[in-house]
Write a protein of this length. Structure first.
Ligand SMILES: Cc1cc2nc3c(=O)[nH]c(=O)nc-3n(C[C@H](O)[C@H](O)[C@H](O)COP(=O)(O)OP(=O)(O)OC[C@H]3O[C@@H](n4cnc5c(N)ncnc54)[C@H](O)[C@@H]3O)c2cc1C
Length: 344
């Protein structure tokens, strides 16, 4: 039997941690739930400790190898009383949410930009949410008369970076009831974990990256399209050498210098890294809207007064392409930069 269940009729965030880290969007989910949170996954206690905005966190370390069906079955009783269960629309959140909705027999509202809980005249819960469509340019209101599970779009609501923790937060260990699948009977819903591989920094989902090195139009200054594409290919290798992933502005993705999956911003990916390095990025609001709240920002730009440099801890006023080429040389990753392109 679980020791600490979520009180009747309240809102609670459910966060899946990996090695003590919370996903992008966790702080937003906690804020939307008013500071009540259940943290599961590996390093759940550490993750609960470092989450901002927490009033009360219940945590259960479920070890490595996240099994969403097992966790959903085990969590069902813990959150059964909650009228609103909020998960970030992170990869693990999107895995767990529908299973949790099924296990608790309530509807799922997927990828809301905001949600709120109220009661009707009879005191029954009413969950309202705004669901974004067409690149979030249209907000569709959704109303559920009764309890619901909601996934929250990452970046839809302001939230702090998950490293500073919350002063005065109450942290309680949660004992999850063993489920049939956890006791070895198996479940058809969870895959068997064969091996956990570290992400490939060259290809990993940007939103999971703890270091992001982004390139903008300034990185391609003076280059033709082929030369610019070569520069962005080098950016991927230099970013990986720095233990990070490469991002880009919309100017770069629209021009085809790099893929759309690398676009950071309001119409791209939302990131929340520890370190964000911007090479030739002006810092337009539509870009910085997806940058989260990195602990450190470095801006490399020829314009010392551009918005990106204004929000940086360290501003380097220099040519971004030349700096990238130098980094490539020093890291020994500049070998196959040549793409046939060059100065325009
Ligand atoms: C509806 C809408 C949605 C949008 N969504 C997004 C989005 O999701 N993501 C996004 O990024 N943008 C988005 N945009 C576009 C956004 O408004 C900006 O146009 C874009 O972010 C600018 O990209 P940039 O910084 O690469 O280019 P620019 O604004 O052109 O800036 C280039 C920078 O490079 C610097 N520079 C020039 N030469 C050099 C050099 N040799 N070395 C170093 N620096 C140099 C310049 O000083 C400048 O600061 C959106 C726009 C709209 C209207």
């Amino acid at each position: 039997m679980p020791e600490v269940n979520v009180p009747e009729g309240t809102a609670v965030a459910v966060i899946v941690a990996r090695d003590g880290r919370v996903p992008v969007g966790a702080a937003e989910a906690v804020a939307e739930a008013g500071g009540q949170v259940v943290v599961v996954g590996s390093g759940a206690q550490e993750a609960a400790r470092t989450l901002p905005g927490v009033v009360r966190a219940r945590w259960a370390d479920t070890g490595p190898g996240f099994r969403p069906a097992v966790i959903a079955a085990a969590l069902a009783e813990v959150v059964a009383g909650a009228a609103l269960v909020i998960l970030p629309a992170s990869p693990d959140g999107r895995d767990l949410a529908p299973r949790l909705a099924a296990a608790t027999d309530r509807p799922l509202v997927a990828r809301a930009l905001g949600t709120e809980l109220s009661t009707n005249d009879d005191g029954d819960p009413v969950v309202r949410a705004q669901v974004g469509r067409v690149d979030d340019r249209i907000l569709v209101p959704v109303e559920v008369h009764g309890p619901a599970v909601v996934t929250l779009a990452v970046g839809g609501r302001a939230g702090g970076h998950g490293d500073d923790g919350s002063t005065g937060a109450v942290l309680e260990e949660l004992t999850l009831a063993p489920t049939a699948s956890a006791t070895g009977d198996g479940t058809p819903l969870d895959p068997d974990l064969v091996e956990l591989l570290a992400p490939d920094l060259h290809t990993m989902d940007l939103s999971d990256a703890t270091r992001v090195v982004a390139g903008g139009a300034g990185l391609a200054a003076g280059l033709d399209d082929a030369g610019a594409a070569g520069s962005f290919a080098l950016l991927v290798r230099v970013a990986a050498a720095l233990g990070g992933s490469a991002g880009a502005t919309r100017v770069a993705t629209d021009a085809g210098w790099t893929g759309y999956e690398r676009q950071i911003g309001t119409t791209g990916v939302t990131v929340d890294p520890d370190l964000y390095v911007a090479l030739g990025v002006s810092g337009a609001a539509q870009h910085t809207g997806g940058v989260g709240t990195p602990r450190h920002v470095v801006s490399v730009n020829t314009d010392p007064s551009c918005p990106m440099t204004a929000m940086a801890d360290l501003g380097l006023v220099t040519d971004a392409g030349a700096l990238l080429a130098e980094l490539g040389r020093r890291f020994g990753v500049d070998g196959d930069t040549a793409t046939g392109g060059g100065r325009a």
